[in-house]
Ligand binder design. Structure first.
Ligand SMILES: C[S@@+](CC[C@H](N)C(=O)[O-])C[C@H]1O[C@@H](n2cnc3c(N)ncnc32)[C@H](O)[C@@H]1O
Length: 741
């Protein structure tokens, strides 16, 4: 069926055509308009269009009468046009077919809406409605406002009075789009600034008449899907969707950060903040809430190329080394008492700051705590061991990370509550003396020390140790390091400070150390209260005191080092002399060997008479001995005696030396049968360098070869009671040696 254009219809609009058809049907319900078959066809029903102009408004529905009754779809966005629209009649309306004539069935409701009497009453309500909607001020309402006009007041009132009344599909589409209008709005289009004057109704009307029947004062809804040159649809991302239509100065971060305690003042309220129908997102933005950032968004673990520490030998348990083993006391017995902490309220933890165990630096356990494990808040090491057992990155919670100017540091990969245990500081447990030695010798060229005092002259050296050794210093730290006795054993751990730790924060504690090196190390912690150095800030008195203590410590260390060096040198010397002729203490109970030795001795004595070597030695003895011995005798009568006695027996010694080859077999045998025992008597011989002592009694023969220096050392040490256990027999011998003299 074709239809001629009407002056009141808009030929450019598909909808206008449709509307016109509807209008015609409304005006002449019976009989319907039929085109004349010929000029003289008078029977056909005349087109009402001409009459429309003269027809009073109450005859025709409002929608078809005025401009607002039609929509210019070119203004409603490409997406709307490009999409298939389903009309009320169920036909698909394809782009490009807008001008095709269409027959649209009218609903009864629409017909009712055309009532002129009602229209008058409704028009009285319109300004009120408009006012309300205007005050809402968002584009949504602006749209509604225009829709009100577009659909005619009859529709609007229907909508207002019966909110659930079904809206024509085409309008619903316009309102929300087939997929919802919100995601189809083109937010790049500039909106009137808040508070800016809207064009007056008249102006709008004028422009509408000039250009198109209706110009939507809002952004033309445009779908996020746009076509590229090759026809592909691409998504168009919205850049400012969340805040459109609201105060553009809203700072959601500021809103979010507002402390809960702070009272809302007038100035806090954003300018132009609507009170009427605020969008839900704003109340959502304003209220703080907990949330978790998914792991794949914030996973600060080390990457492949990141630098890692090189000379770090990781050990997760303390190791006792050297002297520390002697100093280490057996774990203190646990206090017999049990703490008296009250049961905590539900969801809270007991054994807080007042807990007796905590005060005494003891960790609670089943024996010394009155609360259960779940109730007790003083079992940090148990919590730590449980976390470590799980072994995940989150459970361990920390990682080593290179810092800008302080070497490596430790970063949290999770949050820690205030006071929560983070990690244990482990390493080699050494004595204070060993610590000094290591610093002086082993670490003298190093920039970093990993030494931490544990207790009672014991130090943890974290050079070989746990990750905690990498924690840097800060003058405004976020962690604390504390010693706690776990089952009586002292252990050191790092705990989160009062503010807790956030994921990604670097862990720091205040080293507060006495300056180890000669030079104070500069601090680069960057805190506003930075002291400038890693060591403590001291007042004048404290500085003096520290200097004095430091001096004393140095002197002590020097003396200790000197003694150690002497001892070492002595040992070395003794070792050397042993290597060149040490025979040890020999006791022989074999009668045959004894006889043999006696025979050898006799032979030696005879040989000595004729030995040129013996003569030479005798001459030397005469030449050197008297002066020296007399000089020393003045100072030390004992020494004189000793030395003298050695000299007197020199000849015998010569015999022994001379007869060495002859007695080789016997010596070997003796050595095999060696049984170290104290000498009961001795007769000694001496040379300038070596002293060989051969003692014989009824049942024993004892032989020892010592240099004079060795004898002096041993005598000296014997006097001071400092001979090692093994040398006690030597001491005895030396004493006996004197007696002989
Ligand atoms: C226990 S270590 C800490 C780990 C060390 N950064 C590393 O890379 O092995 C202590 C050393 O780190 C450096 N250090 C720690 N905190 C520092 C700070 N705030 N400023 C400058 N250097 C710091 C100093 O050299 C110090 O001797």
């Amino acid at each position: 069926m074709s239809r001629s254009p009407s002056p009141s219809t808009n030929s450019s609009s598909a909808l206008s055509n449709i509307d016109v058809a509807v209008t015609a049907a409304d005006a002449y319900p019976v009989p319907a308009s039929t085109p004349p078959t010929s000029i003289s066809d008078v029977r056909s029903v005349p087109s009402p269009l001409k009459e429309t102009e003269e027809t009073p408004t109450d005859i025709r529905p409002r929608r078809s009468r005025a401009g607002p009754t039609t929509y210019n779809l070119t203004h409603l966005g490409n997406a709307q046009l490009s999409r298939k629209r389903i009309h009320e009649d169920g036909d698909e309306h394809m782009p490009g077919k807008e001008n095709a004539p269409r027959k649209v069935a009218r609903t009864k409701k629409e017909q009712n809406a055309t009532s002129g009497a009602k229209a008058t009453a409704e028009s009285a309500l319109l300004p009120n409605m408009m006012k309300k909607l205007k005050s809402a001020g968002s584009f949504l309402e602006v749209k509604s406002e225009d829709l009100l006009r577009a659909i005619g007041f009859g529709e609007a009132k229907k909508k207002a009075s019966k909110p659930k009344a079904k809206q024509p599909k085409i309008l619903r589409e316009l309102d929300t789009g087939t997929r919802g209008v919100l995601d189809e709005l083109d937010l790049d289009v500039s909106f009137p600034a808040p508070g800016a004057e809207r064009p007056s109704k008249r102006a709008k009307k004028a422009s509408a008449i000039k250009e198109e029947p209706i110009i939507m004062p809002m952004a033309a809804p445009r779908g996020p899907l746009q076509k590229t040159s090759d026809g592909k649809r691409v998504k168009k991302w919205l850049e400012a969707g969340l805040y459109v239509g609201q105060d553009e100065n809203i700072d959601p971060v500021r809103l979010h950060k507002k402390p809960a305690s702070a009272t809302t003042t007038e100035s806090d309220t954003p300018v132009n903040r609507r009170t009427f129908m605020p969008l839900p997102m704003f109340s959502y933005l304003e209220c703080s809430r907990d949330f978790t950032i998914p792991y794949d968004i914030y996973a600060p673990s080390l990457k492949k190329g990141d630098e890692r520490p090189k000379d770090w030998h990781k050990i997760n348990r303390n190791r006792l080394v050297g002297e520390a083993k002697d100093l280490w006391e057996k774990p203190d017995p646990l206090p017999l008492s049990v703490c008296v902490c009250p049961e905590p309220a539900r969801g809270e933890q007991g054994c807080g700051d007042d807990c007796l165990n905590r005060v005494m630096q003891y960790e609670c356990n089943a024996q010394n705590c009155c609360l259960s494990e779940a109730q007790c808040g003083n079992r940090a090491f148990i919590e730590l061991s449980q976390r470590i057992k799980k072994g995940g990155a989150f459970d361990i919670g920390v990682e080593v990370k290179k810092t800008e100017n302080r070497g490596f540091g430790i970063r949290a990969v999770r949050a820690f509550l205030p006071g929560q245990i983070i990690m244990e500081y482990t390493g080699e447990i050494i004595s204070e003396g060993e610590c000094q030695r290591r610093m002086r010798e082993d670490y003298k060229d190093k920039a970093c020390y990993y030494l931490m005092e544990l207790e009672r002259n014991l130090v943890i050296d974290g050079t070989k140790g746990s990750m905690a050794r990498f924690i840097n210093h800060s003058c405004d730290p976020n962690c604390e390091v504390r010693m706690v006795k776990v089952n009586g054993t002292p252990r050191m751990a790092v705990y989160a400070g009062d503010a807790g730790i956030m994921t990604g924060e670097e862990l720091t504690y205040d080293y507060n150390f006495d300056n180890f090196g000669e030079v104070r190390q500069n601090c680069y912690c960057g805190a506003s209260n930075c002291r400038g150095f890693l060591s403590k800030r001291l007042n004048a008195t404290e500085q003096k005191k520290q200097a004095k203590a430091e001096e004393e410590r140095r002197q002590k260390a020097a003396i200790a080092a000197q003694k150690a060096a002497e001892r070492e040198a002595n040992k070395k010397q003794v070792k050397q002399s042993r290597g060149s002729g040490w025979r040890g203490w020999v006791a022989i109970d074999d009668a045959e060997v004894k006889e043999q030795l006696k025979a050898e001795k006799r032979a030696r004595e005879e040989a000595a008479q004729t030995s040129s070597r013996a003569l030479r030695l005798a001459q030397r003895r005469d030449a050197t001995s008297p002066a020296k011995s007399s000089r020393k005798a003045k100072d030390d009568p004992n020494r004189r005696k000793t030395i003298g006695s050695l000299r007197e027996h020199a000849a015998k010694d010569i015999d022994v030396e001379a007869e060495k080859p002859a007695t080789a077999t016997a010596s070997k045998k003796r050595r095999r049968e060696t049984d170290i025992m104290p000498a009961t008597s001795s007769s000694s011989t001496t040379t300038t360098k070596k002293t060989t002592t051969t003692s014989s009694s009824k049942s024993t023969i004892t032989t020892v070869t010592l240099s004079i220096e060795e004898i002096e050392i041993h005598q000296h040490e014997a006097k001071r009671g400092k001979l090692p256990q093994r040398s006690m027999k030597l001491k005895q011998s030396l004493l006996n040696f004197k007696k002989v003299d």
